[in-house]
Design a protein around this ligand. Structure first.
Ligand code: 5RP
Length: 252
Protein backbone atom coordinates (compact mmCIF):
# COMPACT_ATOMS: atom_id res chain seq x y z
CA UNK A 1 0.00 0.00 0.00
CA UNK A 2 1.34 3.46 -0.87
CA UNK A 3 1.09 6.63 1.25
CA UNK A 4 -2.23 7.56 -0.37
CA UNK A 5 -3.72 4.30 0.92
CA UNK A 6 -4.05 2.98 -2.64
CA UNK A 7 -2.22 0.23 -4.48
CA UNK A 8 -1.48 -1.11 -7.95
CA UNK A 9 -0.42 -4.74 -7.54
CA UNK A 10 0.76 -6.52 -10.66
CA UNK A 11 -0.57 -10.10 -10.74
CA UNK A 12 1.57 -12.59 -12.65
CA UNK A 13 0.72 -15.77 -10.73
CA UNK A 14 -1.66 -17.27 -13.30
CA UNK A 15 0.70 -20.10 -14.30
CA UNK A 16 0.23 -21.86 -10.98
CA UNK A 17 -2.96 -23.45 -12.31
CA UNK A 18 -3.14 -22.30 -15.96
CA UNK A 19 0.39 -23.13 -17.12
CA UNK A 20 1.97 -20.79 -19.69
CA UNK A 21 -0.79 -18.18 -19.79
CA UNK A 22 -0.85 -15.90 -22.85
CA UNK A 23 1.55 -13.05 -22.19
CA UNK A 24 3.39 -14.92 -19.43
CA UNK A 25 5.09 -17.58 -21.54
CA UNK A 26 8.39 -15.91 -20.68
CA UNK A 27 7.68 -14.30 -17.30
CA UNK A 28 10.94 -12.33 -17.07
CA UNK A 29 10.36 -10.68 -20.43
CA UNK A 30 6.85 -9.64 -19.44
CA UNK A 31 7.55 -8.59 -15.87
CA UNK A 32 10.79 -6.60 -16.24
CA UNK A 33 9.48 -3.52 -18.12
CA UNK A 34 6.43 -3.31 -15.83
CA UNK A 35 8.32 -3.37 -12.51
CA UNK A 36 8.96 0.41 -12.31
CA UNK A 37 5.22 1.03 -12.41
CA UNK A 38 3.93 -1.65 -10.00
CA UNK A 39 3.60 -1.08 -6.24
CA UNK A 40 3.99 -4.81 -5.65
CA UNK A 41 4.28 -8.04 -7.58
CA UNK A 42 1.99 -11.04 -6.96
CA UNK A 43 3.57 -14.31 -8.06
CA UNK A 44 4.67 -17.80 -7.04
CA UNK A 45 8.08 -18.72 -5.69
CA UNK A 46 8.95 -20.49 -8.95
CA UNK A 47 8.58 -17.35 -11.02
CA UNK A 48 10.11 -15.16 -8.33
CA UNK A 49 13.25 -17.32 -8.20
CA UNK A 50 13.67 -17.64 -11.94
CA UNK A 51 12.35 -14.43 -13.38
CA UNK A 52 12.90 -11.51 -10.99
CA UNK A 53 16.40 -10.30 -10.15
CA UNK A 54 17.03 -10.40 -6.38
CA UNK A 55 18.33 -6.84 -6.63
CA UNK A 56 14.83 -5.60 -7.47
CA UNK A 57 13.30 -3.76 -4.51
CA UNK A 58 9.68 -4.39 -5.42
CA UNK A 59 7.50 -5.73 -2.55
CA UNK A 60 6.46 -9.34 -3.16
CA UNK A 61 3.02 -10.82 -2.54
CA UNK A 62 3.84 -14.51 -2.60
CA UNK A 63 1.13 -16.86 -3.88
CA UNK A 64 1.24 -19.84 -1.49
CA UNK A 65 -1.82 -21.87 -2.48
CA UNK A 66 -2.14 -24.27 -5.38
CA UNK A 67 -1.82 -27.95 -6.17
CA UNK A 68 -4.60 -27.92 -8.77
CA UNK A 69 -4.82 -27.28 -12.50
CA UNK A 70 -7.43 -26.21 -15.03
CA UNK A 71 -7.81 -29.92 -15.85
CA UNK A 72 -9.31 -30.73 -12.43
CA UNK A 73 -11.45 -29.32 -9.63
CA UNK A 74 -9.86 -25.94 -8.90
CA UNK A 75 -11.12 -25.61 -5.34
CA UNK A 76 -9.05 -28.60 -4.14
CA UNK A 77 -6.14 -26.34 -3.13
CA UNK A 78 -3.54 -26.83 -0.43
CA UNK A 79 -0.90 -24.48 0.96
CA UNK A 80 2.15 -25.10 -1.22
CA UNK A 81 4.75 -22.76 0.26
CA UNK A 82 5.72 -22.39 3.92
CA UNK A 83 5.90 -19.17 5.90
CA UNK A 84 9.63 -19.80 6.43
CA UNK A 85 10.09 -19.91 2.66
CA UNK A 86 8.11 -16.68 2.32
CA UNK A 87 10.44 -15.09 4.87
CA UNK A 88 13.54 -16.41 3.09
CA UNK A 89 12.23 -14.91 -0.15
CA UNK A 90 11.65 -11.59 1.65
CA UNK A 91 7.93 -11.58 0.84
CA UNK A 92 5.90 -8.65 2.17
CA UNK A 93 2.72 -10.72 2.31
CA UNK A 94 1.41 -14.13 1.32
CA UNK A 95 -1.71 -14.82 -0.75
CA UNK A 96 -4.03 -17.76 -1.15
CA UNK A 97 -7.40 -18.48 -2.73
CA UNK A 98 -10.59 -19.36 -0.89
CA UNK A 99 -13.47 -20.99 -2.74
CA UNK A 100 -16.61 -20.15 -0.76
CA UNK A 101 -19.53 -22.36 -1.83
CA UNK A 102 -17.34 -24.71 -3.89
CA UNK A 103 -16.70 -28.38 -3.33
CA UNK A 104 -13.65 -27.78 -1.14
CA UNK A 105 -14.89 -24.67 0.64
CA UNK A 106 -13.99 -25.92 4.12
CA UNK A 107 -10.49 -27.02 3.11
CA UNK A 108 -9.67 -23.65 1.55
CA UNK A 109 -11.09 -21.69 4.49
CA UNK A 110 -9.07 -23.90 6.85
CA UNK A 111 -6.00 -23.18 4.68
CA UNK A 112 -6.65 -19.46 5.21
CA UNK A 113 -7.15 -19.74 8.97
CA UNK A 114 -4.00 -21.85 9.37
CA UNK A 115 -1.96 -19.50 7.18
CA UNK A 116 -3.09 -16.53 9.29
CA UNK A 117 -2.07 -18.46 12.43
CA UNK A 118 1.36 -19.15 10.91
CA UNK A 119 1.72 -15.64 9.54
CA UNK A 120 0.92 -14.06 12.90
CA UNK A 121 4.01 -15.71 14.37
CA UNK A 122 6.17 -13.56 12.11
CA UNK A 123 3.97 -10.55 11.36
CA UNK A 124 3.36 -11.78 7.81
CA UNK A 125 0.08 -10.39 6.40
CA UNK A 126 -2.21 -12.68 4.41
CA UNK A 127 -4.18 -11.67 1.33
CA UNK A 128 -7.24 -13.85 0.67
CA UNK A 129 -8.42 -14.17 -2.92
CA UNK A 130 -12.10 -14.95 -3.37
CA UNK A 131 -11.91 -17.37 -6.28
CA UNK A 132 -15.31 -17.86 -7.88
CA UNK A 133 -16.30 -21.41 -8.82
CA UNK A 134 -17.93 -21.95 -12.22
CA UNK A 135 -21.31 -22.39 -10.58
CA UNK A 136 -21.21 -19.15 -8.53
CA UNK A 137 -22.76 -15.80 -9.46
CA UNK A 138 -20.33 -12.89 -9.31
CA UNK A 139 -22.80 -10.66 -7.49
CA UNK A 140 -22.59 -8.49 -4.39
CA UNK A 141 -24.40 -11.05 -2.26
CA UNK A 142 -21.94 -13.84 -3.06
CA UNK A 143 -18.77 -11.73 -3.15
CA UNK A 144 -19.86 -9.91 0.03
CA UNK A 145 -20.24 -13.26 1.76
CA UNK A 146 -16.85 -14.52 0.57
CA UNK A 147 -14.99 -11.29 1.43
CA UNK A 148 -16.53 -11.04 4.88
CA UNK A 149 -15.69 -14.65 5.72
CA UNK A 150 -12.08 -14.11 4.59
CA UNK A 151 -11.78 -11.01 6.78
CA UNK A 152 -13.36 -12.77 9.76
CA UNK A 153 -10.81 -15.57 9.45
CA UNK A 154 -8.02 -13.01 9.68
CA UNK A 155 -7.05 -11.93 6.15
CA UNK A 156 -5.36 -8.51 6.23
CA UNK A 157 -6.54 -7.67 2.73
CA UNK A 158 -9.04 -9.30 0.38
CA UNK A 159 -8.90 -9.54 -3.38
CA UNK A 160 -12.17 -10.05 -5.17
CA UNK A 161 -14.04 -9.15 -8.36
CA UNK A 162 -15.89 -5.98 -9.19
CA UNK A 163 -19.66 -6.38 -9.45
CA UNK A 164 -22.87 -4.37 -9.46
CA UNK A 165 -23.45 -2.78 -6.02
CA UNK A 166 -19.76 -3.24 -5.28
CA UNK A 167 -19.89 -0.66 -2.46
CA UNK A 168 -21.97 -3.20 -0.48
CA UNK A 169 -19.12 -5.71 -0.76
CA UNK A 170 -16.66 -3.09 0.54
CA UNK A 171 -18.96 -1.88 3.32
CA UNK A 172 -19.39 -5.42 4.61
CA UNK A 173 -15.67 -6.15 4.66
CA UNK A 174 -13.68 -4.72 7.57
CA UNK A 175 -10.31 -4.97 5.79
CA UNK A 176 -9.13 -3.29 2.55
CA UNK A 177 -10.40 -4.73 -0.72
CA UNK A 178 -8.63 -4.84 -4.10
CA UNK A 179 -10.06 -6.12 -7.36
CA UNK A 180 -8.72 -8.57 -9.90
CA UNK A 181 -9.12 -7.50 -13.50
CA UNK A 182 -10.36 -10.82 -14.85
CA UNK A 183 -10.25 -11.77 -18.53
CA UNK A 184 -8.77 -9.31 -21.02
CA UNK A 185 -11.14 -6.48 -21.89
CA UNK A 186 -10.74 -3.56 -24.29
CA UNK A 187 -8.45 -1.08 -22.49
CA UNK A 188 -11.16 1.55 -21.98
CA UNK A 189 -13.40 -1.03 -20.27
CA UNK A 190 -10.58 -2.24 -18.02
CA UNK A 191 -9.82 1.36 -17.01
CA UNK A 192 -13.51 1.96 -16.33
CA UNK A 193 -13.53 -1.17 -14.16
CA UNK A 194 -10.61 0.15 -12.11
CA UNK A 195 -12.22 3.61 -11.90
CA UNK A 196 -15.57 2.20 -10.72
CA UNK A 197 -13.89 -0.09 -8.18
CA UNK A 198 -11.87 2.68 -6.51
CA UNK A 199 -14.82 5.08 -6.69
CA UNK A 200 -16.86 2.49 -4.80
CA UNK A 201 -14.28 1.86 -2.09
CA UNK A 202 -11.61 -0.52 -3.37
CA UNK A 203 -8.08 0.50 -2.34
CA UNK A 204 -6.80 -0.51 -5.74
CA UNK A 205 -6.23 -3.40 -8.08
CA UNK A 206 -4.30 -6.64 -8.24
CA UNK A 207 -4.44 -6.80 -12.00
CA UNK A 208 -2.83 -9.17 -14.46
CA UNK A 209 -4.21 -10.00 -17.90
CA UNK A 210 -5.61 -6.55 -18.61
CA UNK A 211 -2.08 -5.23 -18.21
CA UNK A 212 0.26 -7.89 -19.56
CA UNK A 213 -2.05 -8.98 -22.43
CA UNK A 214 -2.55 -5.38 -23.55
CA UNK A 215 -1.05 -4.24 -26.86
CA UNK A 216 0.86 -1.69 -24.74
CA UNK A 217 1.45 -3.19 -21.27
CA UNK A 218 3.57 -0.27 -19.96
CA UNK A 219 1.02 2.24 -21.23
CA UNK A 220 -1.74 0.26 -19.58
CA UNK A 221 -0.13 0.00 -16.16
CA UNK A 222 0.64 3.73 -16.27
CA UNK A 223 -2.98 4.41 -17.15
CA UNK A 224 -4.15 2.18 -14.28
CA UNK A 225 -1.83 4.07 -11.91
CA UNK A 226 -3.34 7.35 -13.06
CA UNK A 227 -6.81 6.08 -12.16
CA UNK A 228 -5.87 4.45 -8.85
CA UNK A 229 -3.30 6.92 -7.50
CA UNK A 230 -4.01 10.21 -9.26
CA UNK A 231 -7.81 10.15 -9.38
CA UNK A 232 -7.80 10.50 -13.17
CA UNK A 233 -10.87 9.69 -15.22
CA UNK A 234 -11.01 7.14 -17.99
CA UNK A 235 -10.52 9.66 -20.84
CA UNK A 236 -7.33 11.01 -19.34
CA UNK A 237 -6.09 7.52 -18.54
CA UNK A 238 -6.76 6.48 -22.14
CA UNK A 239 -4.59 9.36 -23.31
CA UNK A 240 -1.76 8.09 -21.11
CA UNK A 241 -2.27 4.59 -22.46
CA UNK A 242 -1.68 5.86 -25.97
CA UNK A 243 1.33 8.02 -25.12
CA UNK A 244 4.91 7.10 -25.97
CA UNK A 245 6.56 5.89 -22.78
CA UNK A 246 9.17 7.99 -20.98
CA UNK A 247 12.35 6.11 -20.09
CA UNK A 248 12.55 7.29 -16.48
CA UNK A 249 11.63 4.99 -13.63
CA UNK A 250 9.20 5.71 -10.82
CA UNK A 251 11.10 6.07 -7.54
CA UNK A 252 9.98 3.61 -4.90
C1 5RP B 1 -5.48 -16.20 -10.13
C2 5RP B 1 -5.27 -14.89 -9.57
C3 5RP B 1 -4.88 -13.78 -10.48
O1 5RP B 1 -3.72 -13.22 -9.98
C4 5RP B 1 -5.98 -12.77 -10.52
O2 5RP B 1 -7.08 -13.31 -11.15
C5 5RP B 1 -5.55 -11.40 -11.07
O3 5RP B 1 -5.30 -11.46 -12.37
P1 5RP B 1 -6.32 -10.98 -13.49
O4 5RP B 1 -6.37 -9.48 -13.38
O5 5RP B 1 -5.68 -11.46 -14.74
O6 5RP B 1 -7.67 -11.59 -13.20
O7 5RP B 1 -5.39 -14.68 -8.40
O8 5RP B 1 -6.13 -16.97 -9.17
Amino acid sequence: MMKDGRTVMLAVDHGYFQGPTTGLENPRKTITPLLPYADSLALTRGVLRTSVDPSQKIPIILRVSGGTSILKELSDEVVTTSIEEALRLNASAVALSVFVGSEHEKQTLANLAELVNEGERYGMPVMAITAVGREMARDARYLGLACRIAAELGASIVKTYYCEDFQKVVEGCPVPVVIAGGKKLPEREALQLAFDAVSEGAVGVDMGRNIFQSSNPVGMIRAIRAVVHDGKGVDEAMRLFGEKQPAKQIAR
